[in-house]
Write a protein that binds this ligand. Sequence first.
Ligand code: SF4
Length: 296
Amino acid sequence: MSKCTICPRQCGADRETERGFCGADNRIRIARAALHMWEEPPICGTGGSGTIFFSGCSLGCEFCQNALLSQQNYGTVITAARLYEIMFELESQGAVNINLVTADHYIPYILPALRSAKSDGLKIPILLNTSSYLKLSALEMLDGTVDIYLADLKFTSRDAAMKYCSAPDYPEIARRAIAHMTKAAGKPVIENGIMKKGVIVRVLVLPGNIIDAKASIRYLYETYGDDIYISIMGQYVPMPDCRHHELQHKLSSKMYRSVIKYACALGIKNGFIQDQESADRAYIPQFDCQGVIKQC
Ligand code: SF4
């Protein structure tokens, strides 16, 4: 793709010959394809979520918990045909969905494999696990193919989005993207404890950014009520490359509890909270290319 404008960065890279801001060229690169048990309960069920972790990222948050992938672009190049096979392998291992983690900058490259898998009998839902820093033109390509959106609303403040991601336009873009996702997926459907379609929006509570997290939660609830699930995450783990002082320590339990109390007072019923024990590096998956190469 010459002059790539897939994402809002619109960096114009010629992906045939170079990598863009996101770190990606015209090849699909992934770092892990395996069952994962640490998502929200209806995303994991008892079988696990069939996560496929993509390399690179178009948003590039300073505090990213998967910095090895998003910032260092760790991973192995695969073909679209191999991606197709991986989805069926994960399904046969018991996955309750296919969870495309940070695939935003690959959407046109992976779309044929996703569509083929569905038309060839993949029974489990396809889930887009996204920063929500997405153009509508990219999201619209996924209409009718993606069943579940596991989206972030990282910031409501433009200043915070600028400070941590150099993306002051993030709040407007993410809100517009979430509006599209809710239209495309409809109200949540959960059968026997497993999500089949719908939208979950995650708000990661960052230390020093409590007011913004509350503003994001309020916006989501006032706009969508219980037509989406809101997942309030307290799992933040400081990463070595965090430049800002407030990000160099974990979120305190007191601050996390204050955000949960705020959400409860709003009246949110469809929500998830975390045990703060998950704020530990042990919960960051091992990126060792498990499941990437076909085993003979
Ligand atoms: S997807 Fe990557 S290459 Fe394309 S515009 Fe965005 S950052 Fe640039």
